[in-house]
Design a protein around this ligand. Structure first.
Ligand SMILES: Nc1ncnc2c1ncn2[C@@H]1O[C@H](COP(=O)(O)OP(=O)(O)OP(=O)(O)O)[C@@H](O)[C@H]1O
Length: 228
């Protein structure tokens, strides 16, 4: 058994508006270092709600969350923002790149913010990531000049820039055609296989999920299958 990178203990989440909904019901989940895990389940079962809690973006819940062995409960938003930037890479369904910035600038940004390496080194690391993802030649293009598949690869390079201990994705292939979806899936698979990158991806694509190490199935705010 490898080290546990992420651990959620007895997570409950309620929404109150317009009526009370229990969106997450006593979720317990651990993710091991180097695992490629997917979360699946029908629309409305609580996948995104869970991912936003696990990524520390939503702090309004009951229960405990540990990332890399460190408890996240009770930390200020500023502290959490720093932890997110250094430890979690996030890939969304929509890329959220800064359109008027170049590909290289977009990828460098979280690295400059973290301030762990001097700017020259952040640039070298960003170029290495672009190389790895086969988009080095796009470095000087503006984000708005890219195709959907290219944008998603830039978003992955950006998520990797600070060597996160986990990459989380919310339907990262959801907005792509079959060919580009496959390409992005293969990038995730190679990251897990060749770089032992830990990945936790929400998807409703069963084929995608079946090709990963573990499928966590949710129903009605509960995990039905796929716990360690
Ligand atoms: N901001 C909110 N206010 C009230 N209810 C919400 C809110 N966000 C989500 N919900 C409810 O919580 C439940 C879980 O929603 P969630 O978005 O996590 O589902 P999901 O599995 O990600 O669905 P999908 O696959 O359609 O994205 C649903 O019943 C949803 O209607």
């Amino acid at each position: 058994m490898g080290d546990i990178i992420l651990e959620a203990r007895n997570i409950n989440k309620y929404f109150h508006d317009p009526v009370e909904v229990k969106a997450l019901d006593d979720i317990c989940l651990s993710v091991r270092k180097g695992e490629f895990a997917t979360i699946t389940g029908k629309s409305g079962c609580g996948k995104s709600t869970l991912l936003y809690i696990l990524s520390t973006m939503d702090t309004d819940y009951e229960g405990e969350l540990l990332i890399d062995g460190e408890p996240m409960n009770g930390k200020s938003e500023a502290t959490l923002a720093g932890i997110r930037n250094g430890k979690i890479g996030f890939v969304f369904q929509f890329h959220y790149l800064l359109n008027e910035f170049s590909v290289l600038q977009n990828v460098m940004l979280p690295g400059l913010k973290l301030n762990r390496f001097p700017p020259g080194e952040v640039e070298n690391r960003a170029m290495a990531r672009l190389d790895q993802l086969g988009i080095r030649l796009l470095a000087k293009r503006k984000a708005y000049q890219l195709s959907g598949g290219e944008k998603q690869r830039v978003a992955i390079a950006r998520a990797l820039i600070n060597d996160p201990c986990i990459i989380m994705g919310d339907e990262p292939t959801g907005n792509l055609d079959k060919k580009n979806g496959e390409l992005v899936f293969n990038i995730f698979r190679d990251l897990a296989a060749d770089y032992l990158q830990t990945l936790l991806i929400v998807t409703h694509d069963e084929t995608f999920a079946s090709r990963t190490d573990r499928t966590i199935r949710m129903e009605d705010g509960k995990i039905m299958d796929g716990q360690l």
